[in-house]
Write a protein that binds this ligand. Structure first.
Ligand code: FE
Length: 198
């Protein structure tokens, strides 16, 4: 009804560290997931380049074979009973975050003939203010599918597209355990990480 009173907004918080976090939610491999183990590390920054602490980052992704744990996903690739594909982490005082996961497989999506998504991880980021919300996708360097993917190409600015591609990070690679990629997330400003389908 037109006269329904609107619930007022109260801009105190959010304080994600207080209630919306458990240790270990940033390790998607803890259950014994199959695939290539990787670490993803980076920082969340605001439009002025300052670290965004206590930001909430959630990720979801396909498994190593390119399949989501979701009934709508009927791609005939194997499910992994030890991998849900979802994770969550908070940034520390310097805006840093870290996930351990497996590299997702490319998958077909029937948008057009022979359509395959590049390997990617979906991200949602909540900063300290309501306006600091970002939903985007992180890609991996050198993917041959970039040129054919209308979702990746929907970000028109080539420099902005590059900001969605993680960087291979040899320094953070753990010998005999996992490769590492770095991915900084910028909420607002000229160097902002592009929104999904922006
Ligand atoms: Fe996806």
């Amino acid at each position: 009804m037109a006269n329904d009173p609107l619930t007022p907004s109260q801009t105190v918080g959010p304080f994600f560290h207080a209630a919306l976090h458990r240790a270990g939610w940033n390790d998607l491999t803890a259950g014994g997931a199959r695939g290539e183990r990787i670490a993803i590390e980076g920082r969340v920054l605001d439009g002025d380049g300052l670290p965004c602490d206590d930001a909430l980052i959630e990720i979801w992704q396909a498994n190593a074979a390119g399949r989501y744990l979701h009934r709508v996903d009927q791609h005939p690739a194997p499910l992994d009973p030890n991998f849900t594909g979802g994770g969550r982490v908070l940034t520390d005082d310097e805006g840093r975050y870290r996930f351990i996961t497996i590299k997702p497989g490319a998958y077909p999506w029937k948008n057009h003939h022979n359509a395959w998504r590049p390997q990617h991880i979906h991200l949602s980021v909540f900063g300290r203010a309501f306006t600091e919300r970002l939903v985007t996708q992180m890609y991996f360097p050198g993917d041959p599918l970039f040129a054919y993917d209308p979702i990746y190409q929907s970000v028109r600015d080539p420099k902005a597209r590059e900001r969605m591609i993680s960087t291979f990070d040899l320094a953070n690679t753990k010998p005999e355990w996992a490769l590492a990629y770095s991915f900084d997330i910028v909420l607002g400003g000229a160097a902002a990480t592009p929104l999904e389908n922006a």
